[in-house]
Design a protein around this ligand. Sequence first.
Ligand code: OKS
Ligand code: ZN
Length: 343
Amino acid sequence: MLTIYSNAHRLHHATELKDGVLKPCFEMPSRADTILARVQAVGLGEVIAPREFGSASYARVHSERYVRFLEQAWHEWQALGRQHDALPLIWPVRDLRSDIEPQHIDGKLGFYAMDAGVAITAGTWQAVKSSADLALTGMAALLQGTPSAFALCRPPGHHAAAEYMGGYCYLNNAAIAAQHALDNGAKRVAVLDVDYHHGNGTQSIFYDRADVLFSSLHGDPRDSYPYFLGHRDETGAGAGLGFNHNYPLPHGTGWDGYAAALQHACDAIAAYAPDVVVISLGVDTFKDDPISHFQLESADFLKIGQTIAGIGRPTLFVMEGGYMVDDIGVNAVNVLRGFEGQR
Ligand code: OKS
Ligand code: ZN
């Protein structure tokens, strides 16, 4: 399988609050390095650099002012003499007004963020841009006839919606790639999100559309991040009604429970007959993941890949979460090898 990768991800290494103390994010550079090392160790296939696409491609699913905010936030922060990570500390919840974009960077950060898991640093925008370009380059390869590709994206994307960042995500790489397919002749795209966390951003972007079927298997939002989206009764709106499928699963879910939901999701996707499939590939469903609560074993990831292969469509894998850094290379690449029919 073709892999698309860039060292630019290393420009983003941020902090987050853990138990009241700022520490390096679980979403750290060694994640992508470990996965790339495994891609090379097993000889998965060619590894290529991304093409540069630019903001117009990102603004097909994000608002222009949000993309501009991401591009300029660090400079605005730095202009105030600040040197450490830019983090949001106020949000326009419920009856506060969110119809007026603040001018001050402290206001903007809250306006464009759903949580504090999205620090902006000096290198964040360059890494974020490159990550989206990886997914776009992978989709471009699919549109040229490559049967499958792996965009080794970092930072991840599935929590980012049209106008907000969250949960380590800034631009929604999978959504940008899906839209790129539609803009280049595809009629229907399915996005299947197998990350432990609900892909709230992807759901939100395509919620009222029938040309993208979004399916997500994830920890039940009653007791898992992102808490405020991902319930089973969210089935789409307007023209998109029936084109959003959520499979919330309880803490402790192992292969049997997972496999049943995955097969159901893949059968529905096959019936939709998409021109291309985008997989939001998180491996934080692993039993030893430090922030998640499923019980999948490394061998189960091969079976995830096999099941996805059963859909039988051109498929782009886009890297999302997974934080047990010692094992994420094996687990992510197992999905890809399982897809290719290897055990
Ligand atoms: C705030 C950020 C928490 C994000 C958790 C989820 C990240 C993830 N501490 N999403 O797929 O893996
Ligand atoms: Zn996740």
